[in-house]
Design a protein. Structure first.
Ligand SMILES: Nc1ncnc2c1ncn2[C@@H]1O[C@H](COP(=O)(O)OP(=O)(O)OP(=O)(O)O)[C@@H](O)[C@H]1O
Ligand SMILES: [Mg+2]
Length: 358
């Protein structure tokens, strides 16, 4: 059985008959699992586990939706501070002017509107892990202050000259190229070096397509249970469509496509019609590209398809009589014969079919 056929057989079997083929982080009490068996993923998880029990700062890079936050959670779950807080801060979602007070907190009266003392995310994460998502969007002044905290554990709430200490493990994530940003003067070089000591790159889904069936398996189980539609499977065409697609939105896009399919699928089998239109049109385009080749080859291919269909249709109409079919199509009999030979079309079978109809 080919790999694709084997995967298909597994995916189309009822879910309860199948072994759970997902690869989870080995820690049994881990609540999160990063699904994947691609060598790059196996290596990534190995690295994540190795660094989990240190206090080292980790930088996780990868395109949007590849699972960077999931990797951060795995590091936390496998570290000694798994019972301590995990505080996520999305730097891209906080206006620059508010970032420092969100991060370090502020004292009463620190600025207009600061009517109460505010506890910052760093203080909330004390003893545990802070996850700095989209660190590329961090303001320049917070970048400078963060560097100080990373080096000495010191920080000051906004509006205060008091120095405080925190014991927080920092995990940062970026989906923009920080090196480019450093070169453009948009990101502090010293902070980049400080963050880049341990770097984990999460590969794009299109670079590890062999993980798609495993991920589908996982999402059909979790989403099927969530939306009260268990026991779903994928048709062969659906799996082929999912394998052909490029996933600019990575695993998140696959997850959302399957969420939609689980909700829309009334029967047991998910068909391509249940997938978002841009996924299926991609499949059609890929098929076309595979078929096309260069212009001359593509043209020859299209001409051949047309000629075969035309000759067949005209023979049918003319009851398999070659002289009549040639005259009908405006071709010489010799030319018509040549085409029959090239396409291995037997005119006699059309005559027999016509006689049977009479
Ligand atoms: N390997 C995986 N196994 C299981 N689920 C995954 C995997 N990778 C990603 N996901 C799921 O895909 C979604 C997106 O993952 P996540 O939020 O970690 O991506 P991200 O890289 O942080 O994205 P962004 O850059 O947009 O913040 C989540 O629902 C996550 O659970
Ligand atoms: Mg994220």
């Amino acid at each position: 059985m080919s790999v694709s056929a084997a995967l298909h057989a597994r995916l189309t079997a009822p879910i309860h008959d199948r072994p759970l083929r997902t690869r989870r982080s080995e820690d049994v009490h881990s609540a999160v699992s990063f699904i994947g068996a691609d060598p790059a993923v196996v290596e990534l998880l190995k690295m994540a586990r190795r660094v989990a029990d240190t206090s080292a700062t980790v930088l996780i890079t990868g395109e949007s939706g590849t699972g960077k936050e999931l990797v951060a959670q795995i590091i936390r779950e496998e570290s000694a501070s798994r019972a301590e807080p995990f505080v996520a801060v999305n730097c891209g979602a906080i206006p620059e002017s508010l970032q420092e007070s969100e991060f370090f907190g502020h004292v009463r009266g620190a600025f207009t509107g600061a009517v109460e003392r505010k506890v910052g995310k760093l203080e909330r994460a004390d003893g545990g892990t802070i996850f700095l998502d989209e660190i590329s969007e961090m303001s320049k002044s917070l970048q400078a202050a963060l560097l100080r905290t990373l080096q000495s554990g010191e920080y000051s709430p906004v509006g205060s000259s008091e120095t405080r200490f925190c014991n927080v493990r920092v995990i940062a994530a970026a989906n923009r190229d920080l090196v480019e940003m450093v070169e453009a003067g948009e990101f502090r070089r010293d902070l980049y070096y400080r963050l880049n000591i341990i770097r984990l790159d999460v590969p794009a889904l299109r670079e590890r397509k062999s993980d798609i069936p495993l991920l589908c398996d996982h999402f059909l189980q979790t989403l099927g249970a969530k939306y009260g539609n268990p026991g779903l499977s994928l048709s062969r065409r659906t799996l082929d469509t999912l394998l052909a697609y490029d996933y600019p939105g990575n695993v998140r896009e696959l997850e959302n496509a399957l969420r939609r399919a689980v909700i829309l699928c009334g029967d047991r089998v998910i068909e391509p019609e249940h997938l978002p239109a841009d996924m299926t049109s991609d499949e059609a385009r890929n098929e076309l590209i595979e078929e096309l080749g260069d212009f001359q080859a593509a043209k020859a291919n299209a001409v051949e398809k047309f000629e075969r269909a035309y000759i067949t249709a005209v023979l049918q109409r003319c009851g398999g009589i070659i002289s009549r079919a040639a005259s009908y199509s405006g071709l010489s009999e010799r030319n018509f014969h040549e085409k029959l030979k090239r396409y291995e079309i037997n005119a006699r079978s059309f005559r027999a079919a016509a006689a049977a109809r009479k």
